[in-house]
Design a protein around this ligand. Structure first.
Ligand code: MSP
Length: 469
C-alpha cells in the first residue's frame, strides 16, 4: 500500500547546525504529525550532504581527516534534529557506501541525457554553484548571499541535458501535477525555467577530490547536486528496491534558495529515470537576523542551542511554527522571542493552571477527549499555511479563556455547585478537544495537558507549564 513520504533538504556538514536549519525540520515534523493525526502512515527522511570542496576545506582547517570530520558533524546534525523534538524515520548520509553505489547506478541509467563539455564562466564557492553572465552582472560580481566575489572557471564537466525535459517539467508545474507552494515561487520558477541551461553534474578530480567517482571516468567526480538530490530515492533503496510504496513523495520541503534545483534539476533526473515527480514542493522562507540571511559565511549565525537553553524546546517550536511564516521570510529577535514566551505562559500556561485548580477544588474527575472535525484548520494545513492554522488554534485558546472569565465557575461554585461542575466539565472538554490539535505543533505540552485532564482526579501541575522568570 502506498504510504506518505515527506522529505527535508539535507544540509551541508561544513559546520554546526544553525537557526536557519530549524525550518525544514519543524515544518516536516508538523506535516508528519498532522498526517498521522489523520491516520496516514508517514515515512520521513532527513540526512546530511557530505561531499564537496567547502566541506573538504573545513576538514583541513580543523586538522581532521575528512571522513572523521563529516562523521562528527553528521552526528551533531542528528542530535540537533532530536533536540527539536523532530522524529524522522530515515536518516541518509551522502558518504554512505550504499548511497554512493546507488548514485553511480543512477548516473549510468541517465545514459544519453548526460554529455561531456567544456565549462567557461563564473562560479560561487559558497553556493557551490555556477553563475550565469547575467547573474554576474546583476550582482556586480559578488555573491549576495555569501558576500564573496565569484571566481572564474574553465574546465571539462559532464552535463545533464535539462533541455530534454524542459517542456515536460513546465507542463507538470503549470498543471500542478508537481505543485509548487507558495504560488508566487511557482511563477518565479517558471520564469527562470525559460532560460535554464543544461547543468554541470561533475567536476574534474583535480578541482574536487571529495566526491563520488563518475562511473567510467576516473578523472571526474560527481558534483554536489546529483549526489545530493538522489538522496531522496537512494534512502528508499533505489534502484535496488521497488520504491513505489513511497515514491512519488507527497511533499518535499526545501528553503527558497534551493527551490530551483528541486524544481528544475531534480525533475529532469526523475524523468530521465522514468520516475514520477513529487506531488508537492514546499519552499519555505528564510529566518533572518536584522533582515539579513543567516549564514555561516556571513558570520551572523544564531545558535539554536542558546534558544533551547533559554526556555526549553516548546517555546522554540511555538515561535517558529506560529510566529514565523511557513512560506515567507521571518525575523528572529530575542525581544520577539520573549514576547512569544509570555503568550505561551499567559494564554496556555495560566489556562491549564487555573482550570486544573478549579477542577481539583470542585472534585472534577478526568474527562475523555472528544474529537471535533475542524475544516478551516484542515484547509490551512493542506494549503501549507501552518502558522495560520496555529493561529486558529490559538484563537480557540483565547476564546476558552474568555469563556472562563464570563462563566465564572468559582463564583457559581458558591451558589450552585452542581452547575459549577457542569460548567467546569464542559470547559475541560473544550480544552481537551483543542489540545488534540496542539499535539501537531507542541506534542510534549499536549501530552502533559492530556495527562492532567484525563487523570482520575484532575490536579494542577506542581509547577506551571511555562514558569515566569
Ligand atoms: N546541501 C544543500 C541541500 C541539498 S538538498 C538535496 C543545502 N544545504 S544548506 O545547509 O545550505 O541548507 C539546508 C537547508 O537549510 C535548506 O533548505 C536551506 O534553504 C535551509 N536554510 C539555510 N539557511 C536558512 C535560513 N537562514 N533560514 C531558513 N532556512 C535556511 O542547501
Amino acid at each position: 500500500m502506498k504510504e506518505s513520504y515527506i522529505t527535508t533538504a539535507i544540509p551541508y556538514v561544513n559546520g554546526n547546525p544553525h537557526l536557519g536549519h530549524v525550518m525544514d525540520y519543524l515544518l516536516a515534523d508538523t506535516l508528519c504529525r498532522y498526517m498521522m493525526s489523520k491516520g496516514v502512515k508517514v515515512r520521513f527522511q532527513a540526512g546530511t550532504d557530505e561531499h564537496g570542496n567547502k566541506i573538504y576545506k573545513k576538514s583541513i582547517e580543523a586538522g581532521i581527516p575528512v571522513q572523521d570530520f563529516v562523521d562528527q558533524n553528521a552526528t551533531r546534525f542528528q542530535e540537533f534534529i532530536h533536540s527539536l523534538g523532530v522524529e524522522y524515520t530515515d536518516f541518509i548520509r551522502t558518504t554512505n557506501p550504499d548511497h554512493e553505489r546507488r548514485c553511480q547506478a543512477i548516473w549510468k541509467q541517465l545514459g544519453d541525457h548526460i554529455y561531456k563539455d567544456k565549462y567557461e564562466g563564473w562560479y560561487c564557492e559558497g553556493c557551490e554553484g555556477f553563475v550565469t553572465d547575467t547573474e554576474y552582472a546583476d550582482n556586480d560580481g559578488v555573491c549576495p548571499d555569501h558576500k564573496k566575489p565569484y571566481t572564474k572557471l574553465s574546465e571539462e564537466n559532464y552535463y545533464l541535458r535539462i533541455s530534454d525535459f524542459k517542456g515536460e517539467i513546465r507542463a507538470k508545474i503549470e498543471s500542478d501535477e508537481m505543485k509548487i507552494t507558495p504560488a508566487f515561487r511557482k511563477k518565479e520558477f517558471l520564469n527562470l525555467l525559460k532560460n535554464m541551461p543544461d547543468v554541470s553534474i561533475s567536476r574534474p578530480k583535480s578541482q574536487v577530490s571529495w566526491g563520488i567517482p563518475v562511473p567510467g571516468d576516473e578523472e571526474q567526480v560527481m558534483y554536489v547536486w546529483i549526489d545530493a538530490l538522489a538522496n531522496y530515492i537512494t534512502v528508499l533503496g533505489y534502484p535496488d528496491n521497488d520504491i513505489s510504496d513511497y515514491w512519488p513523495a507527497d511533499t518535499q520541503i526545501v528553503g527558497k534558495d534551493i527551490l530551483r534545483f528541486h524544481a528544475g534539476i531534480w525533475p529532469a533526473i526523475l524523468l530521465g529515470l522514468g520516475l514520477p515527480l513529487p506531488k508537492n514542493l514546499l519552499a519555505h522562507g528564510f529566518i533572518t537576523v536584522n533582515g539579513e540571511k543567516m549564514s555561516k559565511s556571513i558570520g551572523n549565525v544564531v545558535d539554536p542551542t542558546e534558544i533551547l537553553d533559554k526556555h526549553g524546546l516548546v517555546p522554540l517550536r511555538y515561535y517558529f511554527l506560529r510566529h514565523a511564516s511557513t512560506t515567507d521570510d521571518s525575523d528572529f529577535t530575542w525581544d520577539k522571542y520573549e514576547a512569544a514566551y509570555n503568550e505561551l505562559a499567559n494564554d496556555l500556561g495560566n489556562l491549564v493552571q487555573r482550570l486544573a485548580t478549579l477542577c481539583k477544588k470542585n472534585a472534577i474527575a478526568g474527562r475523555k477527549v472528544i474529537h471535533r472535525d475542524e475544516p478551516d484548520f484542515d484547509a490551512k494545513m493542506e494549503a501549507y499555511e501552518f502558522n495560520f492554522a496555529f493561529d486558529l488554534l490559538w484563537k480557540q485558546i483565547s476564546d476558552l479563556n474568555k469563556r472562563i472569565d464570563a462563566e465564572k465557575p468559582w463564583a457559581l461554585a458558591k451558589t450552585n455547585p452542581e452547575q459549577a461542575k457542569e460548567v467546569l466539565a464542559s470547559l475541560v472538554d473544550e480544552l481537551l478537544t483543542i489540545n488534540e490539535r496542539l499535539a501537531i505543533f507542541i506534542p510534549t505540552t499536549s501530552r502533559q495537558i492530556e495527562d492532567i485532564f484525563t487523570d482520575t482526579n484532575i490536579t494542577p501541575p506542581s509547577t506551571p507549564l511555562f514558569p515566569k522568570n
